[in-house]
Design a protein around this ligand. Structure first.
Ligand SMILES: *Cc1c(COP(=O)(O)O)cnc(C)c1O
Length: 340
């Protein structure tokens, strides 16, 4: 369907690029329509849509990878489908059948196949599903209609020329409340994070570290990624809390740490006053896979983990293992890879 495209694959960043096709489906009168691919990247919705006023919307993020033999594959898309439905439930939006979600993703990737970066460039096709409340509403309540859309764009590797550690600062703000929407992938959490992010950037940091909203003693998130640390006893540790966004990358690393790297892997509290227990630390998520944490600034001091210029050996091995699986060079655990 899609012709060859003229893109300098080695120069790709993370900016928006309009690709040829996107999928769109409407929910009305209690059911989803069939859905179809369209070329127009503009969405026209009622001015009274709940997504615009009351933040009734959620989204997902996943990638398609070009393999060495020229194939294209998805990494654990059913996990994204399940998570989108958990987010939808939290905001009283209709679920999207898992097969419909994955089928929409497949259709969009196939239709935009020419935009999937070649193997070896480190680039991928980033896929953004979103679900928004639309229709004529103005009172506070769930929308009468919903729109599910999936679009995609080619993105470059987060770190051109290899991973580099970056520094973070502990935020004075919370991104989520104890029983709020922290575990749902909703735009409202991001709106709340824009100001602390702005302050962190202004202070010369990559982003902020959010502590648990109840006690401000435990690490929850690092920017819009999950935290992990490697203890001096060679344990892979990641925080456990109901207000953390359950990162699919994080759960994948927990499994790989244990099964592929023979580390003990644990989810438990990570105290901001006990960073000394870690010899390495990182942030993980689909966009960057792993962002090595050089240091964390807290109460006037920068705590450095492995080094603020070099990436630790365990972090490097985790990164190479996960990327190897995503690009099809390393045998994946059962069910993790879906070929297009
Ligand atoms: C999406 C997201 C992540 C990362 O999740 P992945 O499934 O690994 O991409 C982490 N934290 C927040 C707040 C997120 O929105």
């Amino acid at each position: 369907m899609c012709k060859g495209v003229n893109i300098n694959w080695n120069n790709l960043g993370f900016g928006y690029i309009k690709t040829d096709f996107r999928y769109i489906s409407y929910w009305k009168d209690g059911k989803w329509d069939e859905g179809n691919l369209i070329t127009d990247n503009m969405i026209t919705i009622s001015e009274a849509s709940t997504a615009l006023h009351y933040g009734q919307q959620c989204f997902e993020g996943l990638k398609a990878y070009r393999t060495k033999n020229g194939g294209i594959q998805l990494f654990r898309p059913y996990e994204n489908a399940k998570r989108m439905n958990r987010s939808a439930n939290r905001l009283l939006m209709p679920e999207i059948p898992k097969e419909k979600f994955v089928d929409a993703v497949r259709q969009v990737v196939r239709a935009n196949e020419g935009y999937v970066p070649p193997y070896g460039t480190g680039g991928t096709l980033y896929i953004r599903p979103l679900l928004i409340g639309v229709g004529d509403n103005i009172g506070v309540g769930p929308a009468s209609e919903y729109l599910f859309c999936v679009f995609c764009l080619p993105v470059g590797p987060y770190f051109k020329g290899g991973m580099v550690p970056v520094n973070f600062i502990v935020a004075e703000y919370d991104r989520a409340a104890p029983c709020g929407t922290g575990a749902a992938k909703v735009g409202g959490n991001y709106a709340a994070s824009l100001y602390p992010y702005h302050l962190a950037k202004k202070g010369g940091f990559a982003d902020c570290v959010y502590l648990d909203p109840q006690t401000h003693t435990k690490i929850e998130e690092v920017g819009s990624a999950n935290f992990f640390g490697i203890t001096k006893k060679n344990e892979f540790v990641t925080p456990k809390s109901p207000s953390i966004l359950p990162s699919i990358t994080k759960y994948s690393l927990l499994y790989l740490a244990q099964e592929y790297l023979n580390l003990r892997a644990t989810q438990r509290d990570v105290l901001i006053d006990n960073l000394d227990e870690f010899k390495e630390a990182g942030a993980c998520g689909t966009a960057a896979v792993i962002t090595p944490i050089g240091g964390i600034h807290y109460k006037g001091k920068l705590h450095i983990f492995h080094s603020d210029t070099a990436v630790g050996p365990v972090t490097t091995e985790l990164y190479n293992t996960l990327c190897g699986i995503q690009f099809g060079d390393i045998q994946a655990p059962d069910g993790w890879i879906i070929e297009i």
